[in-house]
Design a protein around this ligand. Structure first.
Ligand code: GLU
Length: 502
């Protein structure tokens, strides 16, 4: 099996296209076949090298590695259409020689006038076929004299064209809607429908798996295979990915490009796993599966033909799963851009990274995405009793009788001990409990507020040791300063409102 992903480098990689790439990759890996990457850059106005690079980078990030492509080469290259123009030219010449194609000299104005006329007469607005009548030797001389011309395919006379689609079954189009399509433009660049046929044929692609938006192109491609005497590949058109309102997934729905999902802090394996579940199911009720396992189970026949809805909540659910099972050192590295952006880290050294690795579980137990991590870790770096005391939740906890005594006792206790560990924190909390008679929430809520400045957050058993470790980090560790528990409790006591006089 040889499959290909053929992006046009005209922008970012959309998640819908990433899913097309993934389905091709799953097929290739599941069948020990080849996954080919071909860059369809014949639209000079819209294609850019930067977009090609970005698409390659996104595919690499998703770990959808290709066996042949513009960067790695391969036996069927070149893999960039702009480098294959000589091939399209030679096949166009062959089609002209064999009377399957002809030169067309119609001007843009003439074509537009024809189109309007067809619409007025209630006919499909297709090319009239005017230049079919020009004798080939005359056409050839006009071209040699420098007259601009396109090459058009002479579509055969018949009623319908049909093909078998692996996902959708038999698909049939009336020839009424198919005018003679342009194969080569006047500048020698191929039209999509022509280049794609030549490339898929020469690259010996066995299965063309692409978005349903291309289904109306396929009959033209099938006719071209016939004219060239080539066997067409198997076609599979994937239903589009829609937003929750059942319109094609677009900016209006939020993030749409792989780059945006990456920036928002999704893990690549989570995005891959989730995209595989749109329109396909690995069966046996299991949904969270690594890519290699998905490839083992994948089959085109099992792909649904109704549109898939992109459900970001489900993606978040898959992401949480992968975040929790990811190696904490890797997550710490992945957190860096978010923490740097929040001002919580600059380039950390080994100690700084070790510290961050230690706080990863506080993040992964509570967030859907890495971009939510700074909020979760804010208590480490931003401590300001004045700000905390303005929070209504904090105020309501501190209004409890006894809360003040707890914080005062806490500050006294902390003044006399060295940095806390989880165990010494527990012992100290027990002493505060004895001194104040407060227990449970009445004990731990005020302690949390005085030490983290927040009414909620990670378990104190994790938060307290993290604060103390942070406070011990040397200045050059690349981590923003963390105030220790002793200093926090003392500062909080100073800012507590005066007790109301009895
Ligand atoms: N370049 C086309 C696109 O990006 C590829 C279509 C195809 O797979 O045939 O939509």
């Amino acid at each position: 099996m040889r499959v290909r992903f053929a992006p046009s480098p005209t922008g970012h990689l959309h998640v819908g296209n990433a899913r097309t790439a993934l389905f091709n990759w799953l097929l290739a890996r599941g069948s020990k076949g080849a996954f080919v990457l071909r860059i369809e850059d014949t639209d000079v106005e819209r294609s850019t090298g930067a977009s090609e690079q970005a698409i390659l980078e996104d595919l690499r990030w998703l770990e959808l590695h290709w066996d042949e492509g513009p960067d790695v080469g391969g036996p069927y290259g070149p893999y960039r259409q702009s480098e294959r123009l000589y091939l399209y030219r030679s096949y166009a010449d062959r089609l002209i020689r064999e009377s399957h194609a002809y030169y067309c000299f119609c001007s843009a104005e003439q074509l537009e006038a024809d189109r309007k006329q067809h619409i007025r007469l209630g006919r499909p607005p297709r090319y009239s076929g005017r230049c079919r009548a020009i004798p080939p030797d005359q056409a050839q001389s006009r071209v040699e004299a420098g007259e601009p011309a396109v090459v058009r395919f002479k579509v055969p006379e018949r009623d319908r064209v049909a093909f078998e689609d692996v996902v959708r079954g038999e698909v049939s189009f009336s020839m009424e809607v198919i005018g003679d399509p342009v194969l080569l433009k006047s500048d020698g660049r191929p039209a999509y429908n022509f280049a794609v046929v030549i490339d898929d044929a020469l690259m010996e692609v066995t299965h063309v798996v692409r978005g349903e938006d291309h289904i109306s192109n396929t009959p033209r491609q099938v006719l071209l295979y016939e004219a060239l005497g080539l066997t067409p590949p198997k076609f599979a058109h994937l239903a589009l990915v829609l937003g929750p309102d059942h319109t094609p997934l677009s900016k209006r729905h939020g993030a749409t490009s792989v780059a945006e999902f990456r920036a928002n802090g999704y893990l690549p394996e989570a995005l891959v796993n989730y995209l595989a579940l749109i329109g396909w199911s690995p069966g046996s009720g299991q949904e969270v599966l690594p890519a290699a396992e998905l490839a083992e189970r994948f089959s085109l026949e099992a792909v649904g033909h109704s549109a898939g809805i992109f459900d970001e909540e489900k993606l978040a659910w898959v992401n949480r799963h992968y975040l929790r099972s990811a190696d904490p050192g890797r997550v710490a590295e992945l957190l860096m851009p978010y923490l740097c952006n929040a001002g919580y880290a600059t380039a950390p050294d080994a100690r700084g990274l070790e510290f961050l690795t230690g706080v990863v579980s506080m993040v992964t137990s509570a967030v859907d995405r890495l971009d939510q991590a700074p909020r979760r870790l804010r208590f480490l770096f931003e401590f300001d009793p004045k700000v905390s005391l303005r929070d209504p939740e904090v105020q309501s906890i501190l209004n409890h009788p006894g809360a003040r005594q707890v914080i005062e006792a806490l500050a006294r206790e902390l003044a006399g001990v060295s940095r806390l560990t989880r165990d010494s924190f527990r012992e100290m909390a027990a002493r505060v409990r004895q001194q104040t008679g407060q227990k449970g929430k009445a004990l731990f809520h005020p302690i949390r507020i005085a030490l983290t400045g927040e009414a909620g957050g990670p378990e104190l058993d994790l938060a307290i040791p993290a604060l103390e470790k942070g406070a011990e980090l040397p200045a050059g560790s690349g981590i923003a300063p963390v105030l220790g528990c002793r200093e926090r409790a003392a500062a909080f006591v100073r800012h507590l409102p005066r007790p109301e006089s009895p």
